[in-house]
Design a protein around this ligand. Sequence first.
Ligand code: 6R9
Length: 641
Amino acid sequence: MSTIVQHPSPPASANCTPAEYDAHYQRSIDDPDGFWLEQAERLDWMTKPTKAGEWSFDPAEITWYADGSLNLCHNAVDRHFETRGDQTAFIFEPDDPATPGRSLTYRELHTEVVRMANALKAIGVSKGDRVTLYMPMIVEGAVAMLACARLGAIHSVVFGGFSPEALAGRIEACESRFVVTADEGLRGTKRVPLKANVDAALEFDGVDVSSVLVIKHTGGAIEMKEGRDHWYADVASDDECPCAEMNAEDPLFILYTSGSTGKPKGVLHTTGGYAVWVATTFHFTFDYQPGEVFWCSADIGWVTGHSYVTYGPLINGGTSVIFEGVPNYPDHGRFWEVIAKHQVNIFYTAPTAIRALMREGDDHVTKHDRSSLRILGTVGEPINPEAWRWYYEVVGESRCPIVDTWWQTETGGHMITTLPYASDMKPGSAGKPFFGVQLQLVDNDGNVLEGANEGNLCVTASWPGQARTVYGDHDRFIEAYFSTFKGKYFTGDGCRLDGDGFYWITGRVDDVINVSGHRMGTAEVESALVLHPAVAEAAVVGYPHDIKGQGIYCYVTTMEGVDETDELYAELRAHVRKEIGPIATPDHLHFTDGLPKTRSGKIMRRILRKIAENDYGSLGDTSTLADPSLVDRLIEGRQNR
Ligand code: 6R9
C-alpha cells in the first residue's frame, strides 16, 4: 500500500515546514561544514569547534568537531538547571501503577547526577574507564549514564534481560572493571534478579571486576560481597564534582549489538558528533516544543533508550518519561493509561508493541484520554500498514502525525524519517533522509541503482552521529561496514526507493534477524545451541511472525544416539534462553538428519529461510546440494509441525 496520508496542517510553531526541509537538506549537502557547525550551536562548548566533519570511508577514519571540547552531562543537566531548574526533567512511572512514581526537576536531577558521579569516583572510576551498567528502567539508569559522561568514563549499558553469560561476554570484551546494577528489576509480575545475575557473570573466566555499585530498588534479598560490592547510598555524596573537559572525539559510550558473524560488536560513539546528532534529530523529528512531555518506551539497554530517553530529550531541555513496566501489565491499556496520567504529548514505541496491543481491541485504548497526544513515532522494524493505520486512527484519532524513524545502533540517531508537518506520510515507509544523510542503493555487485529502484542500502557520506569504530577492533569495523561495498557504509538493510523519493526498508539482507525490534545474529543463537551436548549442528533463520515481526526458527541435528523427544525440545529452548536471554528463545526447533549444504560444505540458508516461511514454490536451484533429497525431508518436517 502506498497511499499518501497528508500531514495535518502545521501549527505556526512547527520546527520544520516542507519548504524548510528542502532548503535545510540541500544546504546540508552543499555546505556540510556550515550546516553542521550551525547545528553544533545547540550545545555549550568549552572550546568551540572550528571544523565539522573530517572523514574517509576508504579506509574508514571519521572525526567530527575534532578541535572542540565539551561535556555532555553539562549539556544535558547543568546548563538547564541554571535556566529551568524547576522544570521536570524525568517522570518515573513504576512497573506497578499502585506504587508511587517520582518526578525530578532539572535541579533535583543535577543533585542526583553529582551524587552518582561521586559514588562512581568512590569505587575507583576515572576518566576513560569502561563502566558496565546492568540496570532496570529506573531513573538511576539514566543518572548513571550521565554520571559517567560527567567524569569522562565510558558507559557500556547491557540490557537487563540478558543472561549472566551474555553480560560476562560484554564485560570481558571491553575490560570493564566496574558494574552498576540494582538488587532486582520489575517487569509485569516478574522480578529480574539483576544482582544475582551480576554475581554469576563475575564468576566467568576472563571477567575482572573490582567494584560493583548496587542500587536498592525492590529491597529483595541479595548477597553483598565484602570489599567488592557497595550500596549506592553508602558511597554517594554531595561533594562538588565538576564536569570533565572532553575532546569532541573522546569516547562517550560502547553499546554491544549483533552482527551477521561472531560475537556482538562493541559499537563506539564519541562525544561531540553524537551529541549534535541526537540533539538535532530530537528537535526536528519529534517537533519538540518547550514544556512538552516526551515518552520513548524503549529500554536504556538499547540505542533508542540512549538517544531518545536520556540524551536527546535532556540536551533539548525536555521532559522525558522513564517507564519501568510492560505494555500488558496490569492490563493491555497500560500505555494509554500512562499517556493520560502524565499528559504525554509525544509517544515513541516499536511496531511489535503496536501489533500486540492492536490485537487486544480498541476499548483498551479508547477508555483512556489521549487528547494530550500530538505526535506518534515508531522505531525498530518496518511497520505494516495495518498497524500503522490503527496507530494513526485509533490511538492518534487521525490528528497526530506518525513519524516512522529508520536508524541503527551504528548511526546514533534517526537517518530516514518522516518529519511531522514537513512531509506527507506513506504508511510503511520511513520517508526521506534526515539532513546530511546521503543514501545510495546498490545491487549485489556494488553497481549503483539510480532512481526508483530496490537494492542494498548504503550511506555515502559521514554524518555527525556515526559510530567511529568497534571498540578495540578497528579492522572489524572496516570489515563489517565498509568492505562489502568499498568506500560506502553498508547498513545491512534492503530498501526500495519510490518515485516520490520515499524510502521503504524491506528488512535485513544479512544474517541478522529482527525479533520484536531487537537485533539478533543468527550466528549467536547457533553458537548457543551447539554448546548443548545433544546438538551436533544448528542453523537459525528468521520467519514471519504476526506479533514479533520475525520469529526464531532453528534447524538442529542431534548427536548420534540422541532421542529427539519433547523433553529435549523444551530443554534446548530453555538452554538458549539461559545462554543469551529470554529475547533469544527459539520459536521453533526443527530436528533434521542433515542441513542443506553445497558440495563445498556451505549451508544454503536461502533454502532454510524459504522452508521456514512455508514457501516451497521458489526454492531456486537445489542441484548444487550435496544431498538434494534432503529438501523433501525438510519440507515434510516443516509441514508436520
Ligand atoms: C534503532 C534501532 C537496527 C535495525 C535496522 C533495521 C531495523 C530500525 C526501522 C527498521 C524498518 C524502521 N529498523 N528502525 N526497519 N523501519 N523504522 O532499532 O537500532 O537495534 O541497531 O537495529 O533495525 O533493520 O538495520 P538497532
